[in-house]
Design a protein around this ligand. Structure first.
Ligand SMILES: O=C(O)COP(=O)(O)O
Length: 227
């Protein structure tokens, strides 16, 4: 089979795996243990995108009526983050699931020789746990998390590193994501970007970000790629 792309980079949360329910569980476990009221699933969904640490900062800014800056620089934040890490590691894999057709699509692309990369803003320690909970780690040639490089998406630093590692021409690489951050990352890296409409885009429809294509699910991805 002749494919138009040799390298495909996938966002994780909201693109490959629905992770928001167990992230909300871990946030609310943490808030409860730290004597704060809970937050809603919708709030958590809308805070996804800038990394799990930033999401926790948003939740605390909301419950404590502070700015994100104040939370980030408060004396208590490190201890609360440690509580969160314990809860999130325990919750990983309990209520997350792969979106339809993700598994077989990745297997088919891999079998066809396409290099596959996860590129997420989630911190590495959580990325590994989520991928392992779903036995997905062996499917990928490289995993780039929010703390792999000094800067996160939408910096194109991860795209540049992958183009170099896999000796791929820019026009032979594709980004598949669910948010304005993913579209901006691909644009900054000068590669094509397709987007799914079912993920977490901070409450905005994905069409507003003008990806090259909106694909309803991964089965379409296989069909479009194979013509
Ligand atoms: O952890 C996040 O907030 C975002 O993760 P994502 O980049 O995989 O969407």
């Amino acid at each position: 089979m002749s494919l138009p792309y040799d390298l495909i980079l996938f966002d994780l949360d909201g693109t490959l795996i629905e992770t928001a329910p167990e992230i909300a569980d871990a946030v609310n476990d943490t808030l409860s243990e730290c004597g704060r009221p809970g937050v809603s699933q919708q709030q958590v969904n809308d805070w996804i995108g800038h990394g799990t640490r930033e999401l926790l900062i948003q939740a605390l800014a909301f419950t404590d009526e502070l700015s994100a800056h104040e939370v980030r620089h408060s004396n208590s934040f490190a201890a609360i983050e440690a509580v969160f890490t314990r809860h999130y590691q325990r919750r990983c894999g309990t209520r997350s699931h792969l979106y339809p057709h993700v598994s077989e699509t990745l297997e088919a692309l891999r079998a066809a020789g396409v290099k596959l990369v996860v590129m997420t803003n989630k911190e590495g320690r959580y990325t590994q746990t989520v991928l392992e909970a779903h036995r997905m780690a062996p499917l990928f040639d490289r995993v780039i998390s929010g703390d792999t490089f000094p800067v996160k998406k939408p910096s194109p630093i991860g795209i540049e590193a992958c183009l170099k590692q896999f000796a791929t021409a820019r026009e032979r690489a594709l980004f598949v994501g669910d948010s304005s951050i993913d579209v901006a990352t691909a644009r900054a890296g000068g590669i094509a970007v397709w987007a799914v409409p079912y993920g977490y885009n901070m409450g905005e429809p994905i069409e507003a970000c003008q990806p090259d294509r909106v694909i309803p699910d991964f089965s379409v991805l296989t069909r479009l790629l194979t013509g």
